[in-house]
Ligand binder design. Sequence first.
Ligand code: ADP
Ligand code: MG
Length: 396
Amino acid sequence: MRIIVQKFGGTSVATDEGRSKAVAKIIKAKEDGLSVVVVVSAMGRKGEPYATDTLINLAKGIGSKVAPRELDLLISCGEIISTVVMTQTLEKHGHPAVALTGGQAGILTDKNFGEAQIIGINPEHILRHLGEGKIVIVAGFQGITAAGEMTTLGRGGSDTTATALGSALEAEMVEIYTDVDGVMTVDPRIIPEAKILRELTYQEICEMANHGAKVVHPRAVAIARDKKVPVKVRSTFSNDGGTLIHDGKTSRIITGIAHQPGMGLVLVKAKTGAMNSEDSVKIFKSLAEAMISVDMNSVSTSQVSFIVKQEVLGKVGDLLMPLGFNVELLPHCSKLSLIGVGMQEVSGIMVRVVEALHKHHIKLLQTVDSEITISCLVPEDQISQATKVLYNEFGL
Ligand code: ADP
Ligand code: MG
């Protein structure tokens, strides 16, 4: 059996127009002789009636604390609604289809409600339905525990469902359909003329996704990479060939730029003299105990600095000030990351970044780099300009 997994994101299934375009892609794959497994997200984004955020607000509107188990039960409904709507749409076009919850599709997870990990897939039901010639529509973003509890997989969960099913079913391709033509060198919302990347290695897209390019979730890519399942990112709304993600090598020096908005910078200094390693331990320990994740860490004898999500910035101050440090909190920052696997073989990239930003009066608050990424923290209101500067500097 030749299997293809096609995932349609929230904007693709939100409207009649999107759903008919999605259905056309599904039918085309079926007519090409493939057995089709479709993964769907909840219909629409924030504010729309069946979107995940709307469902969360429904429960939180009653009382702010919702038990994680009940919250998962509620938010998994968004994707289930989508499966039935898509199944009906396919039936209307004369194609037999069946809707399955994550659990019915055999997706087994741990008990970590809200952020569950897939621990196994039993594809028996899916294979039976495919064997009967049906198109199988699976609710993304969810699974079931061994005890039969509904769980959700966290952000980007439907992408993860798609690649996990793709690898369990040994699919010949996983197609991620969304509202852009493919993976671009930069988020087209920031640079509309950004070029499409026709092919990318798993490593390149993983790095882009890990640094905020939310077009596909990093966990989903990692799963595909393990089993070497090829992934294509394509648009539901066009016939563009999209971006193929594969296991090959790349000769590119710079792949693209990714963003993480909504960050805050924390600068911690000792009240007297220099910081010692005991101070650093104290700082990072108290953050870890409060489950606050930090990024762009820099430790020196004069200060410790790092970034956190803007919404926990106040909490970080409340944690660290009582420990006897001088704490400076800088809200409204954005992280921009220049990604390039080929960068490790070329020198002088960092100086070009710093020089270009300096020339355009962009305030560089902090930088960190690895062999394949240079990340810069800039004020939120300069992020578009900073991106354009580097986009032009590196001819992306
Ligand atoms: P879906 O609901 O289909 O999962 P997402 O909103 O999660 O859609 O992902 C698609 C969005 O990802 C695009 O609308 C685009 O703004 C954003 N995006 C961020 N970085 C990139 C990039 N490098 N290339 C393409 N899209 C990107
Ligand atoms: Mg998405």
